[in-house]
Design a protein around this ligand. Structure first.
Ligand SMILES: Nc1ncnc2c1ncn2[C@@H]1O[C@H](COP(=O)(O)OP(=O)(O)OP(=O)(O)O)[C@@H](O)[C@H]1O
Length: 800
């Protein structure tokens, strides 16, 4: 019996001879077509190729368009194929998919993955994304062991630009991590995986749902019961990413007792208690930036705007100064405008699997026949499963532009929106009409192409939406059982304009604008003081410098660079010395000089303020921490101090404790156990805001035995043998890891180690809270919490 070629098709389409010839002509960019290869798997208009990767949702396949003419070069895409039956069983998955699609529809930025369209058939939902060919970012770092500073700087600038853009659009990613970053063929960064994305409406809006991957999630997501400011959580994750780029491993990944980081509670305890350490090859300026980002207390964490102005990013100042709305305006200009009413019938085709697909598409209006329910991405809704969708074979869910209902003018009030209406043409011949019903223009005349859509499907009730429609109306089910046959075996696509999109990435984009080179990136600092790598060169004259940037001061004196903290408290202090000493660890200047100066200074200041001071051994000390037991303070202060980055510069001068305890050089010691005990019920820290003064004494909140008594002491961190820390470029990153006891991304034997899945950690917090608030400092409680945490992640099939 003649063998019937197996028909691998996702969409029921078969590649025609014409397609094949066309593909053969373009085989330099496509997989070669073998003669005996008669059929190709297809999904809608795309021929399906190899698997690019596999994620939580399923496989991501390479796809390319069928060329309709001999001159047409097929376009490559990545198609995330999600089995519909898995969605039905998994509500979280459904929400994530929904979020991802809706977020991506609104994002047009060179460093954010571009959503081409969403297709479906009876088995699959296919999220069609631009194909990014440079591979996964974490593998790139693995290969390189770590990135050169200039390369990290460029990629970090791109990350910041992308994140800033999405924040501008009112969206927070909440799961930024290396694994969610890809590289394009020019090694530009592309942010992907918007499954945890959420929306904020006000500048200071707080969120309550904790998401993310443990290693990248900001401490406030786990250890605080307060709603968190999600943008700051994104900033934290960016800091972790930057650290990983520069170091080749994750920060705080060197806890011997928790080597795999599986014990999340312990991980966060470690993060909040342990000063940020750097390998010697990270130079002072990026260290300074990292210290400002990786501050556990979100209030003291630097924000994106300040990051953009940091001296380390100066080489990319021009790129970073591009306003987010520029990307909307500019990139959208590259696309043809939505067709006018009269053109619609000709250009848009609402086709079934049997018919040809239109070349024009519009990602702004997508129909998915699925159980997915449209709901607004408000923080409230986002935390829970959408109201149970009533699914019938003929039901359609319109995934339309919800963004038009979002507050888009929260930044500059210049956002605009356009409303379009999509209708099947009156003849019911399977065509969709797009009608632009209104368009609002900004004062600058920029059209924002977010589209409020109205979809009418033959035989189905018309469902209209307006920009100001209440959010409840946004959930639109167009039910019509007569549509069953229409919907089950076909792909749906409406509102079409094809976007032959070339996506210029920043570096190729503005070559002329980037006037700063690596060498003048430290332009504020006299060139004779700092080498091109940011290290001190010659600094014989103690020359105070004006600024590293407008808020961060730097002083060079006695061969030390002092990066001063921000705000009124920004003045020379031991913490700054900590910076200075830490930064000079890897340098070529004698640390003794610095230590000497510090000794003198500290002695002088200690005498001035009348408290004893331990001497510091200049030879063995590399990091100085000046600690102070917490004094009576409110819960709020307490929690804030807990979140304070120990070992980081403190801007907040605690005036009262200064008076009480002979002031200065003080750092409240963080106690994780006291934190847990202070989280006495979910509202404890929030309520404490209003109960200032009535807070229980620290001793009662601090079962670790710390007293209230002000106990100023200067502690020395573990002396480090500086010679051990001299980087050996020949060593593999694993060596770095051994030296720093930190796992490396190069540890490919255990890839799961570097890929910690994203989870909603609110449950974790609840468990932590109830567990720990009851148990106080009971060690058993901690162990059992740790177990619970682990179980929690296991339950979620976490890849640990
Ligand atoms: N646009 C793309 N271009 C090229 N490769 C891609 C693209 N999107 C995804 N991939 C590849 O597929 C892999 C899985 O994709 P992705 O992480 O988006 O899936 P997911 O189901 O969202 O996974 P998870 O949520 O578990 O991270 C990626 O790691 C990457 O290798």
């Amino acid at each position: 019996m003649a063998s019937v070629p197996k028909r691998h098709t996702y969409g029921g389409n078969v590649v025609t001879d014409r397609d094949r010839h066309s593909l053969q002509r373009n085989n330099e960019i496509l997989h070669p077509i073998h003669k005996n290869q008669r059929k190709h798997a297809t999904f809608g208009p795309y021929i399906i190729g190899s698997t690019l990767g596999e994620g939580e949702f399923g496989k991501v396949k390479l796809g390319w368009t069928k060329a309709s003419s001999s001159n047409e070069v097929p376009k490559q895409v990545a198609i995330k194929l999600i089995r519909r039956d898995t969605i039905k069983k998994d509500a979280d998955k459904e929400i994530k998919i929904y979020r991802e699609i809706n977020a991506l529809k609104h994002l047009t930025h060179p460093n954010i993955i571009y959503l081409e369209e969403v297709l479906q058939n009876s088995k699959y939902i296919g999220i069609v994304l631009e194909f990014v060919s440079g591979g996964e970012f974490y593998k790139y770092i693995q290969r390189k062991r770590r990135l050169k500073e200039s390369s990290a700087c460029r990629l970090f600038a791109q990350l910041i630009s992308g994140v800033n853009y999405m924040h501008y659009k009112g969206l927070v990613h909440r799961d930024l991590k290396l694994e969610n970053l890809l590289l394009d063929k020019h090694e530009n960064l592309v942010i992907t995986d918007f499954g945890f994305v959420n929306e904020f409406f006000e500048d200071n809006e707080l969120m309550k749902t904790s998401c993310g991957s443990p290693c990248y999630a900001a401490p406030e997501l786990v250890v605080s019961t307060k709603a968190y400011e999600a943008r700051k959580a994104d900033v934290w994750s960016c800091g972790v990413i930057l650290y990983a780029m520069l170091a080749g491993y994750l920060p705080w990944d060197d806890d011997h007792e928790n080597p795999t980081g599986d014990d999340i509670a312990r991980l966060y305890k470690y993060i909040t208690q342990t000063p940020l350490k750097f390998p010697e090859y990270i130079t002072p300026i990026p260290r300074d930036l990292l210290r400002r980002i990786l501050v556990p207390n979100p209030r003291r964490r630097i924000n994106l705007q300040t990051i953009k102005r940091h001296v380390w990013l100066k080489p990319h100042e021009a790129f970073l100064s591009i306003q987010p709305n520029y990307w909307d305006e500019h990139l959208q200009k590259e696309r043809p405008k939505p067709p006018n009413k009269g053109d619609v019938g000709r250009h848009s085709t609402y086709s079934s699997s049997a018919s040809s697909y239109s070349k024009s598409r519009d990602r702004n209006s997508l129909i998915i026949e699925s159980t997915l329910e449209q709901h607004r991405m408000s923080p409230q809704l986002a935390t829970s499963r959408p109201a149970s969708p009533t699914f019938s074979t003929g039901s359609k869910v319109v995934l339309n532009d919800t963004k038009n209902d979002m507050k888009e003018s929260n930044i500059n009030g210049e956002r605009t929106s356009a409303s379009c209406r999509y209708t099947r043409d009156s003849k019911g011949n399977g065509q969709t009409q797009i009608e632009q019903v209104s368009a609002r223009h900004s004062s600058r005349g920029n059209k924002h192409t977010s589209i409020a859509g109205l979809v009418t499907i033959p035989g189905s009730p018309t469902t209209a939406r307006t920009r100001n429609a209440p959010s409840s109306k946004l959930t639109e089910h167009v039910k019509d059982s007569s549509q069953t046959s229409f919907t089950q075996e076909e792909f749906h696509r409406i509102g079409n304009y094809h976007v032959p999109r070339s996506r210029p990435r920043p570096t190729s984009y503005y070559p002329g604008l980037s006037r700063n080179t690596a060498d003048n990136s430290l332009a504020d600092i006299p060139v004779n003081k700092l080498g091109s790598n940011g290290r001190l060169t010659d600094a014989k004259d103690p020359v105070p410098l004006n600024a590293i940037h407008d808020t961060n001061k730097a002083t060079i004196s006695n061969n030390s660079i002092m990066l001063l903290s921000e705000g009124p408290a920004a003045k020379t202090s031991p913490v700054d010395y900590h910076y200075a000493i830490g930064d000079l660890n890897h340098g070529d200047k004698p640390i003794t000089e610095v230590i000497d100066k510090i000794n003198k200074d500290l002695t002088h200041k200690a005498a001035e303020n009348g408290f004893p001071r331990e001497s510091i051994d200049p030879e063995s000390t590399s990091t100085i921490l000046v600690t102070k037991e917490p004094t009576n303070s409110t819960d709020e202060d307490h929690v804030e101090s807990q979140l304070e980055n120990v070992g980081h510069s403190s801007n907040k001068s605690d005036a009262s404790s200064d008076k009480d305890s002979k002031k200065i050089y003080e750092k409240k010691r963080f106690s994780f156990m006291s934190l847990y005990s202070s989280l006495n019920g979910s509202r404890s820290t929030v309520e404490s805001r209003t109960s200032k003064g009535n807070a229980p004494p620290v001793s009662s909140r601090n079962p670790s035995g710390q007293s209230n008594r002000s106990n100023i002491k200067i502690t020395q961190q573990q002396p480090r043998n500086l010679s051990d820390r001299v980087p050996n470029p020949d060593k593999k990153i694993n060596d770095n890891r051994i030296r720093d006891n930190a796992p490396s991304y190069a540890e490919s034997e255990n890839p799961g180690r570097s890929v910690r899945a994203s989870v909603m950690v609110s449950t974790l917090r609840e468990e932590n809270r109830s567990e720990l608030s009851n148990e106080g400092n009971n060690v058993e409680a901690q162990t059992s919490t740790a177990r619970k945490v682990l179980n929690f992640f296991k339950r979620r099939s976490m890849r640990v």
